[in-house]
Write a protein that binds this ligand. Sequence first.
Ligand SMILES: NC(=O)c1ccc[n+]([C@@H]2O[C@H](COP(=O)([O-])OP(=O)(O)OC[C@H]3O[C@@H](n4cnc5c(N)ncnc54)[C@H](O)[C@@H]3O)[C@@H](O)[C@H]2O)c1
Length: 433
Amino acid sequence: MLAAAAAAPACLAGFGRGAGPGDRVRVGFIGTGNQGMGLLKRFLAADLGDVVAVCDVNQGSTGYKEPDHFYGREPALALVRKEAGLKGRAVACDAYADFRKLLDRRDLDAVVIVTPDHWHAAMTVLACDAGKDVYCEKPLSFAAAEGRRMIEAVRRGRRILQTGSQERSNPVSRFVCEAVKAGRIGRLRRVVTKVGFNNKVGPGPGWQAMPVPATFDYRAWLGPAPDQPYHQDRCLYRFRFNYDYSGGQITNFGAHCNDMAHWGMNCDTGGPVEVECLEAKFLPVGSLFNTATETRFRCRYADGVELVCESGSETVQTRFEGTDGWLQTGYQGTTASDPRLLDGLPEKGTGTRDQHSLHLANFIDCVRSRREPHAPVEVGHASALLCHAANALIRLFPTTGPVPAAWDAAAEKFVDHDAANRRLVPEQRDPWS
Ligand SMILES: NC(=O)c1ccc[n+]([C@@H]2O[C@H](COP(=O)([O-])OP(=O)(O)OC[C@H]3O[C@@H](n4cnc5c(N)ncnc54)[C@H](O)[C@@H]3O)[C@@H](O)[C@H]2O)c1
């Protein structure tokens, strides 16, 4: 990997710094934008540990998901100091523009990685090699081939990794997926998942480059991604609609609903035997947003179960159809073909519990206990891999149309499909390649 990785300190197998069970976990946040600030607020509110470092290549600006959101490393630092002050804690927190300097700190136990997808793998591998436990946002990887390297880094260093698939800590999702696994709807036949439509509009063909703001390190933001002229709609929040950094809503929301699908299918670390893209629409060539705007794909699994994932007005939804009824859960609530199938459902039908906080708390518990978290690296990899396989065919759809492709789940690639397999391996710039 990188020179910095080679120079990293030897891995510590236990709770970092050799800290004892009563010690507070010392954490650094990398990427303090839309989701990073949300997680940071929850972490501080629940007093899960000490945030001693924050890092972002953006000093501080608007331009995030909503017009009034002002995020970046200085807003994050101010938030930590304010919350620590309110709680009467005299814990120092430092702000970094370069995450490698944060990883150099020997007093850090864990990092929370909330950067765009194209950074997840490099940061996770370097963090593990530096002896840190990792909470890494979903989708775990940007490209299929990265996931295996992330697993190796976690297992080599005996680190804890929690994928940011917070539905794994949501009692409602747990109830539904475990009920399906236990046969409550009979034999599972089909799973239908929904991903929301694009929620932002980007510039069309002929868009003009913009000057880079003085407060934003664009080179560091790009990192391993191809060199491209700056435009504000390329970066903050909107990166998810460009294949250089993410995979559109298939990896954004799909990492949640397809992860729940795998959970209920009892296929946490497995994959399909066949994938087919049935529909894919794109914006005109030359638009800054180049990910599919509407999609539908299907997967066949070895046990005969079919998974269909499609764009829809529901942001994240997973519906399990069995021989004795159906159960459905997602951001819009939880329903069933028969209300008795929901007997025992926690917080019936609402799903409003803060699963993000529960998921962070589970991570910190596991940092201390060294037990496996709710969404370990192999689980995050399997659900990201499914989304990446689908995206490979979605991107080829304009030329190929709907063609079923055999998938080798063990080899983690398509059988005899070079064009699709090339899409699974990221092209990354040095020194990150
Ligand atoms: N679990 C969830 O429900 C959920 C929700 C939203 C986003 N996410 C995930 O969180 C990640 C971030 O999404 P977002 O919406 O917060 O994006 P964002 O653009 O709002 O925030 C990302 C931040 O990372 C910073 N960054 C980029 N490169 C960096 C680097 N090299 N070092 C330090 N900071 C860097 C950016 O400047 C930005 O402030 C994505 O992977 C996304 O899929 C998860």
